[in-house]
Write a protein that binds this ligand. Sequence first.
Ligand code: NDP
Length: 335
Amino acid sequence: MTEQGKIKWGLIGASNIAKQWLAGSINKHPACDVVSVYSRDEKRASDYARELKLQSYHTSLESLLADPDVNAVYISTTNDKHREEAIAAAEAGKHILCEKPLTLSAADAEAMVEAARKAGVVLATNHHLRNMATHRAIKDIIKSGELGEITSARIGFTVDLPGDLARWRLNDPSTGAGVVLDLTVHDVDLLRYYFDADPVAVTAMGLTSGRAPHGIKDNVMSIWEFPGRLLVVCQDTFLVPFGGTAVEIHGTKGSVHGADVLWQKPQGRITVRTQAGTRDVPVDHVVPYDKTIDDFVDAVRGRGKPSADGIDGLKSLRFALAATQAMDTGRTVRF
Ligand code: NDP
């Protein structure tokens, strides 16, 4: 941090998500500025820096991490690079907001958590759904007891992938492509947040469409068990352009339905159905990444925790890997 107390951010990765959402959320925070970007490609780096009006750009990770003006990094490269970048950032004493999935194996995620702990820096995972006003409202309804005992849930992360997002997600297995590491990780983080519990089992089936070469699974259904005899059915797909996304939580006394509540935009509608009838729940929508940054700053200042920390990222990854194992073997994985 500088003497003015500002947190100056370096972007690791000239990515779409950083440009579309995170750079804006970081700059909106009065204690934060995005000052630099690292890309492997000189032209991408310089174009990106110009477009975002950054003071500098770097074409090597070492040079960004040696920049004394940078005291926090946002990692949004492809998933295969997160581990090396996060560990190097921790060793350079930079606080870290890392995209999900944290990395590609549980051992690597553990190494990232340990590196941050050892360096005394914050490691946060960008699981944004738990910061959406819709999901915070759904959690409040669950916790209020209005729905009675929760017995089941349904998640439909049913989306289409525009071409720029499809580039590595459908074509490059080495990056951690496919829906499980892209969407199921978010779903499980959301349900861990709703229920304050970890799932105990998962089984899954997945298919590869004609759009995805190399056997990358772009259409996956899974069934999960949470403690307390609670079953979840989850549909994650890149093949549904018009379905809309949905979350439903069902209890013995009522159900809550969230429509268009997954993805990134602050949007969606919530309805509760009980014996008393059906009511719409008013929601003041917020950009979820703004809260990610608010909580990150508080954690850096020693006033709180990130919205989702490194352990949350490790747990969602571990679950996603178990879902993949279940899909590949046809067997239920129990934790
Ligand atoms: P992008 O494809 O936009 O960027 C990833 C990397 O690809 C960049 O670091 C860049 O490398 C390279 N790249 C970017 N554009 C091009 C191009 N035109 N040609 C060749 N290479 C290019 O990734 P996303 O923004 O979609 O995702 C990045 C990370 O963020 C992933 O981990 C993903 O899972 C996560 N994510 C999280 C979301 C959330 O809401 N939490 C939402 C979306 C993504 P270089 O930096 O070297 O230039």
